[in-house]
Design a protein around this ligand. Structure first.
Ligand code: RB5
Length: 142
């Protein structure tokens, strides 16, 4: 199950991504926000990190205007590896190397066409499971 949330800066892109997930038949839970009214992105970051650390969801997608504030917030939580990606190379590498469990996007940075490709790359790329990457992730989690 994918947890998805945004602030108002990511609201429009979240709508596009949810439509895309529907078309792909991928299950997700929308944790808000539910309009373009101004909200505080840390609230929405925390909803998705709680869903992952609580075991309700195994992947997350977080979107704010830049992707920066919402990823900074998510990465405060132990066990969360949120990767802000602006291209498919980053999305692939962060799954292969970092086993990132949250994709962060900037709704005012990437257009919907690129964002959907980034989402697909993130969701479809498995962790490499290579020893050196497992070791480094353990070091991050210490
Ligand atoms: C909201 O205006 C904006 O600050 C937020 O979406 C995000 O870009 C913060 O990092």
């Amino acid at each position: 199950m994918i947890a998805i949330a945004s602030d108002q800066g990511g609201y429009a892109l979240k709508q596009d991504i949810m439509k895309h997930l529907d078309e792909r038949g991928l299950a997700y839970k929308d944790y808000g926000c539910y309009s373009e009214a101004s909200v505080d992105y840390p609230i929405y970051a925390r909803k998705v990190t709680d869903a992952i650390t609580g075991g309700e969801c195994d992947r997350g997608i977080l979107i704010c205007g830049t992707g920066i504030g919402i990823s900074i917030t998510a990465n405060k939580v132990k066990g969360i590896r949120a990767a802000l990606c602006t291209d498919c190379f980053m999305a692939e590498a962060t799954r292969l190397h970092n086993d990132a469990n949250i994709l962060a996007l900037g709704g005012r940075v990437v257009g919907p066409g690129l964002a959907l490709k980034i989402v697909d790359t993130f969701l479809d790329t498995p962790f490499s499971n290579e020893e050196r990457h497992k070791r480094r992730i353990s070091m991050v989690e210490e």
